[in-house]
Design a binder for this molecule. Sequence first.
Ligand code: HEM
Length: 403
Amino acid sequence: MKTLTFDSFQDAEAALRQNDLKQALYDEGGILMDKVLVTLHGDEHRTRRTVESQLFRRNFFRHYENEVFPKLLAETLNQFLHVTETDLKELGYRIMVHLSLAFAGIDRIDGSVEEADSQHRLLIQLGQAATIGQYQGDRTAILKEIADALHEFETRFFQPARSRREALISAFQKGELAETELPRDILTILLMNTDKLDMPNELMVREVAFFYLAASHTSVHTLVHAFNELFYWFQGNEGSALDLAGDPAMLQRFVLESMRLHPSSPVALRKAEQPVAVGGAEASIGDRVVIDLQTANRDTGVFGDDAGAFNPFRDRPPRISPAGLSFGGGMHVCLGMNLVAGTILKPGQAIDPDNHQFGTIALILAELLGRGAQPDPQRPAEKVAASERDVWASYPIVFAPDT
Ligand code: HEM
């Protein structure tokens, strides 16, 4: 068995579109990841994805961005932002825990700080399942921690959320409730489609937990990088980051460019189910295929000689997302892409003011900048040392009193 790596934009994109390459990034995280959407293949994947995509019907993104998101964001900031200095990564997690659980279909029960702390802790504990493959030491203790976290997630949060939704769905089926009054989240969709899906309770718990993870860590990673790039940009260019608070369209451009440079998954990993040819190389059955998204996104042949630098005003190559391959491609392309990245315009296309989504990251940034958020000049931000993953360990920020 050999390992092939694709790191040019063209080859990486082509490899992502090969249906005979099967997801392999989470092979060792089966305790949570086994048979969740991103690890399914073929018909099973298609069926589940088709069902879950129903969530996005009927102007979901507009509804989410205009109604759900502002309320959830305000709730989190009112609860946690009583200070003039904080850490952007921590604040990002506070925000994303709340947003991601709402999207996955888990309700707050008493809305307390203790509850939010537990949900944050569970996110970190469960998240270890997605990265356990890279852990070199004895995994016994980690596996036990994940199993305990799954049990707590199920009993404390999932079961009450499931029972509430089952009662609402039953009322809807009896004609006592309009469909528009049902919650719009993944758990509700799964429960509405039990006839099409073969999902025992324990798999539904893990699927909902997976959505919680998939939406949170990636968004926090992106938020902190985008904030950093934004302030760094205005150190060398005219204007001020804080002035962008009222310009979500410009913020969206900054976010997409930052996403291109800092994909939250630097690589996708696949295993060949059949012989597959990509860009002159051939993978035989069983070979590992590494799709290097981070390097592909800095391909000078596609993004220009300064592809490795941050420039939100760079020319857009036709038919290529300004976020590069950061959301993957092909069958597993990110289901939350429009939610976080917003409507992606074609080169030269103007914004339709009545029907444009800016994406949650741009909107969170707009809110924070509007409150005067900026990097703390006294406490420099730090990256995780010895990590190839380009991850911020901490990012202290202050809220300027005069803004
Ligand atoms: C900046 C934020 C995000 C980034 C960079 C990101 C990136 C990705 C990537 C690269 C994949 C493909 C993985 C692969 O091919 O192996 C993916 C899949 C997925 N993402 Fe995201 N994601 C983000 C946010 C979200 C959010 C907010 C949600 C949920 C609302 C979400 C839900 C999913 C799901 C369900 C899949 C699996 C799709 C499938 O297998 O069919 N993601 N994401």
